[in-house]
Unconditional design. Structure first.
Length: 316
């Protein structure tokens, strides 16, 4: 259980200024400071760091983690990322960790849908034809009536499902454990589900149970021409096994996350026909900032009044 945050320190460190102007004044007694994690010479001094009780970490600034050992009265860390597996080991015992669940649902789901549509409707080919002054129309696959299996069915998976259903696809839900009351299958059911899957979408976090989860056996179970989409973590999909299947054009892939990442210049995934790669930008859209700002404001008010913060991350 994540315990309520008490005001043993009243300082709050935020990544963005001006939230009080847009959302109303901060609660009395809270001292708000701003650090974006990147601006030179802007890092708070010792007198500020000693009083920080709640830190909302800058988004997509991995090096910001260096501040953690310098916050002696820290009670809670708010990450704006949904996945916090790499951050968790660095958060001291007794300090609550809260993730950005829900902030990226719309952006990530849109990006997954864009990858799927681009692959199904041959958009990379049409772009290449445009630049080469070619005009060679042909029939393509469709998303309508396609059988899509979402592996890692959580809030992002649910957001994607809504968009897929609007496109008249058929959706199968898969999570770590079966939830029959929600129509969710277990990962253990994949051998039975994959042979009838046209598009599989991986929305998996990185942990000991998911690294390499989708490997040669799972890929081999997919029918010829199936599309493999990954918007979760690159390490959950076996890159070598995927290359073996896509090099022979048996399977296709659309990937926003890869392993290794960033993808080195000249890596085979960059040049394999039928493979579309984007540089881990699924969460990076204009939909993110307003949602993140509203979460930050809510968390600061909860912190100020001693109420439990939203989105606690279990240590188990």
């Amino acid at each position: 259980m994540t315990r309520a945050v008490h005001q043993t320190a009243t300082g709050v460190l935020l990544p963005w200024p001006g939230l009080d102007r847009r959302y109303g004044p901060w609660p009395s007694g809270v001292k708000v400071h701003v650090w974006d994690g990147v601006t030179p010479h802007s890092e708070p001094g010792r007198e500020v760091l000693d009083g920080i009780g709640l830190w909302v970490m800058p988004y997509a600034v991995p090096d910001a983690i260096r501040l953690l050992p310098r916050l002696p009265r820290l009670r809670a860390v708010q990450s704006l990322s949904a996945g916090v597996e790499k951050l968790l080991p660095h958060v001291p015992a007794g300090v609550g960790l809260h993730n950005g669940r829900g902030l990226h649902d719309a952006s990530a789901a849109e990006h997954a849908l864009a990858l799927i549509l681009a692959a199904q409707r041959d958009l990379p080919q049409w772009v290449a034809d445009q630049h080469a002054d070619r005009w060679e129309p042909h029939f393509t696959r469709s998303l309508a009536d396609a059988r899509v299996t979402i592996v890692g069915y959580g809030s992002i998976g649910a957001a994607l499902e809504r968009r897929l259903l609007a496109c008249e696809a058929q959706v199968t839900r898969v999570a770590r454990r079966a939830r029959p009351e929600e129509g969710v299958h277990a990962v253990a059911d994949l051998p039975d589900l994959l042979p009838s899957t046209d598009i599989v979408v991986l929305v998996l976090p990185e942990n000991p149970g998911t690294v390499g989860l989708f490997g040669a056996g799972e890929l081999a179970a997919l029918p010829d021409g199936a599309l493999v989409v990954n918007i979760g973590r690159g390490s959950t999909l076996d890159t070598a096994a995927l290359l073996a299947e896509t090099a022979g054009k048996r399977l296709r892939a659309a990937l926003d996350v890869v392993d290794p990442e960033p993808l080195p210049a000249g890596h085979p995934l960059r040049h394999t026909p039928g493979v579309l790669v984007t540089p881990h930008v699924g969460g990076g859209s204009t939909a993110f900032r307003p949602r993140a700002e509203r979460l930050i404001v809510e968390q600061v008010h909860r912190f100020a009044t001693g109420r439990p913060l939203l989105n606690p991350v279990s240590r188990d």
